[in-house]
Write a protein that binds this ligand. Structure first.
Ligand SMILES: *Cc1c(COP(=O)(O)O)cnc(C)c1O
Length: 431
């Protein structure tokens, strides 16, 4: 039926869906970038850099004002003193990833946190020295894991297991992963996988993977770069050992902003766990006694090294307040599911097999990864044409356009216009 509808009828339907969307008002909380002609950009790249909340400027300005007025006393005075500033982020952040507050800390950036976690959780022995990663892992994750293996004197050739999608598929097969863990589990020290894969948008079965791994004493860590603020998780209940993420993608806290780290309480409480230490992870009561021996804080904070960049934490606080006001991940994921299904249905009805969605229908967040299969036009060229027409998606080598309607600021009408622009880029004639 839907392909028989006219442009106007389909546009009306999208607007109708927006009118019944209880989260639609949050779009106004964001600065939408503008095209040269002053029109708003059709922004579908929240998976790479989330948009700036309008309130962020005032949260950051508050820190600048405090510094002006109080100088060094800003560490301990003012409404939001800097010394405990990271603590103001802990609970709202923990809620978004399904963790207890003492299991979460905002610090450093993703790759740094990954190294800090591997320093604690990767303890290779002659019998058990392997790390499982997926073949398509993000380069930084590869580089971190490979360098950790080499750092411990092992060889990546022997100690790295890469999970591949089955032939002809782009996505990880959960059954194959289960078999791998069952067969080689006794040699595996750490499993390091994404929560949501950056290229395909596939959400992995974090709960099942963790259960299987824990039965075999394997430490499990997830890279949540594309999962935090995008999908619902229960890191605590699932018993995940550790997780790391960044806050500038779905968490809208600005380029290069501070990342997040989860350490399950059964480890976080253990102050004897080996780690790379610094004074900000030291017991707060005695931090300023200037003693050299390290006494870890018995929470995830015990992995902090340095006092954090407060200007960046202020931007995270602004963004987390919005997530809290929106009601957290449950309503956001509900909208996200509707939005992304709508987008996929429009792609199918309007473009048929010219566009191939490689993202699974069930296991995903808001991102769709599109492969263009349309005669002579290359995917990269289609992406560039979209950009010229005011649509911000991104191109990922070798062959994917990523488009992610973010439920905090994207609308059904955005998805509608995206498909129309894509049609134009593909030069599909209206039938
Ligand atoms: C975005 C992203 C990163 C970025 O790492 P930084 O340390 O924040 O620069 C790492 N891994 C994955 C999977 C990502 O998607």
């Amino acid at each position: 039926m839907s392909e028989l509808r006219t442009y106007d009828e389909r546009l009306d339907l999208a607007r109708e869906l927006d009118r019944s969307d209880e989260l639609a008002r949050f779009r106004d909380e964001f600065h939408i970038p503008q095209q040269v002609n002053g029109d708003p950009v059709l922004y579908l790249t929240g998976h790479s850099l989330g948009l700036q909340p309008k309130r962020t400027a005032s949260y950051v300005q508050e820190v600048l004002d405090q510094w002006q007025r109080l100088g060094v006393r800003g560490h301990f005075e003012g409404d939001y003193p800097w010394s405990p500033y990271h603590e103001f982020l802990t609970e709202p952040m923990a809620n978004l990833v399904g963790a207890l507050p003492h299991e979460v800390v905002m610090m450093n950036s993703l790759t740094v946190n990954l190294h800090l976690m591997l320093a604690t959780f990767y303890k290779p022995t002659k019998r058990r020295h392997k790390i499982v990663i997926e073949e398509g892992a993000f380069p930084s994750d590869y580089q971190a894991v490979i360098s950790q293996i080499a750092w411990h004197g092992y060889s990546p050739d022997e100690s790295l297991i890469k999970v591949k999608p089955p032939a002809g598929s782009d996505t990880i097969d959960n059954e194959a992963l289960r078999l791998l863990i069952e067969e080689q589990g006794h040699e595996i020290a750490v499993i390091m996988l994404p929560g949501v894969q950056y290229y395909t948008g596939q959400k992995l079965w974090m709960n099942d993977i963790t259960t299987l791994a824990r039965q075999r004493d394997i430490a499990v860590g997830f890279d949540l770069a594309h999962a935090a603020g995008n999908v619902q998780m229960s890191l605590h209940d699932w018993n995940v050992d550790f997780a790391v993420w960044c806050s500038y993608k779905y968490l809208n806290s600005g380029p290069g902003s501070v990342g997040g780290c989860f350490v399950h309480e059964r480890h976080a409480r253990n102050v004897d766990l080996p780690r790379l230490a610094g004074w900000w992870g030291h017991d707060k009561a005695t931090r300023f006694l200037m003693k050299n021996e390290f006494q870890a804080i018995p929470t995830a904070e015990g992995w902090q090294l340095s006092n954090p960049p407060i200007l960046s934490l202020a931007a995270i606080r602004a963004s987390l307040d919005l997530f809290t006001e929106a009601g957290g991940m449950e309503p956001l994921c509900h909208k996200s599911g509707l939005l992304t299904s709508y987008l996929q249905a429009q792609l199918e009805s309007q473009l048929g097999d010219r566009v191939n969605v490689i993202t699974p229908e069930v296991d995903r967040g808001c991102q769709l990864s599109l492969q263009i299969d349309s005669g002579d036009i290359q995917g990269r060229q289609v992406h560039d044409r979209l950009l010229e027409s005011g649509v911000e998606t991104d191109w990922r080598e070798p062959n994917v356009i990523r488009a992610a309607p973010a439920p905090l600021y994207n609308s059904f009408e955005d998805c509608f216009h995206f498909v129309e622009k894509l049609k134009e880029a593909l030069e599909v004639q209206e039938s």
